[in-house]
Unconditional design. Structure first.
Length: 178
């Protein structure tokens, strides 16, 4: 751990909730609308040109359209009802709707950055080896990956919230964001 844990005298009461950035969620909705329009136009073109030559190709086209519509519905839902990224108290941190992670069970916090279409920065909370938590399906998938089972997606938050959550993590479990 690069920076030792330190307790601030004014951290007697802590109750902070962080949400996904609404502006980024609206961009995601716009992206999904454009994607649905593009897929719809493409499917109409291949239908009009009689390129759907078998039941399998028709079935695959329907599956693609259904998944695109479901993605649009999901993005609309989270844009209307923003989801919680993290809830932080004096004793623990709850990421999304997962089980609360106690501060004393965190070995260290690491900055990790990934490149998909653009850089994605997260804070990976590394849990001590002897500590076990009941993990969700998604956490089980991520537990041996770079994101880890307990990661805070900084790329999905406002810059103000990013700075605030970084400072809390630094105070609670030592975090070097260099």
């Amino acid at each position: 751990m690069s920076e030792k844990r330190r307790k601030s005298p004014n951290s007697t009461f802590l109750d902070e909730t962080f949400y996904y950035d609404h502006k980024k969620l609206v961009y995601f909705v716009v992206f999904n609308v454009c994607l649905n329009l593009l897929i719809g136009a493409f499917l109409q073109y291949i239908y009009n040109e009689n390129l759907l030559t078998s039941n399998i190709s028709l079935f695959l086209a329907i599956i693609v359209e259904v998944f695109a519509i479901l993605a649009l519905i999901g993005s609309l839902f989270v844009a209307i009802h923003p989801l919680r990224v993290a809830h932080i108290t004096k004793e623990d941190i709850t990421i999304d709707h997962n089980q609360p992670l106690k501060w004393e069970d965190i070995e260290e916090a690491q900055k990790r950055c990934f490149v998909c279409l653009y850089p994605l920065e997260v804070i990976a909370l590394i849990v001590k080896k002897d500590v076990k938590y009941k993990l969700t399906f998604m956490q089980k998938i991520c537990q041996y990956k770079e994101f880890t089972a307990f990661s805070i997606p900084l790329y999905a938050m406002t810059p103000k919230d990013v700075e605030k959550i970084k400072n809390i993590i630094k105070e609670k479990c030592g975090y070097d964001d260099k």
